[in-house]
Design a protein around this ligand. Sequence first.
Ligand code: GDP
Length: 203
Amino acid sequence: MVETLSIAVIGAPGVGKTSIIRQFIYNDFSEVYTPTRSRYVYRPSVILNGNMYELKVLDVPPISSFPSSSSQEWLDLRCRGVRNANAYILVYDICCVESFEYVKMIRQQIVEHRYSSSSEVPILVVGNKRDLQRQRFMPRRAVSVLVKKTWKCGYVECSAKFNWHVVLLFKELLGIAVARGTRHNHTSIRLQGALQRNRCTIM
Ligand code: GDP
């Protein structure tokens, strides 16, 4: 049976959520900013350690808060599927402190609303636009220590523009999600290229 893993990608407007997803799936990047107004679901398949997974990647438009109840999730179409995602990618722009504050708030709300399972829900914080790192608001090491040690989340920096570390961030997250789901700690995930539409790629 093919397991489905849903991944919600959340972040402030313009941080590069859509760019990261599209670079991962289509090897595609656009300089033109088209704000994400409604939720979009991408469904690539991957093979990880010989097992096939169907991914449901939710490109979540800006939400003011993590949905606190099932009814809120159903009433607000943008939030559908967010509460029960198997994993979260929280994206911020390394040059924009407000976008980091947003990630901080959403991460806190995920922990609060998913109570007992919070420690089991993988959260990966992603600092995007690494190519603009001269304008970053905080040294990488300081953010990394805060996110990993205090928040207990994974941390990766990437550049969707240059497809730098984009595959790596999905690899990191899937590795954690699969390991937690199956209780096996796979450390040797091998990646053989980014995913293509309607294609299944061996990771
Ligand atoms: P979203 O609103 O979070 O989905 O953001 P988008 O993916 O639509 O990207 C917003 C803008 O940032 C677009 O103009 C992208 O071209 C740009 N952008 C996205 N990723 C990067 C990156 O890694 N580096 C740079 N320099 N620009 C990026």
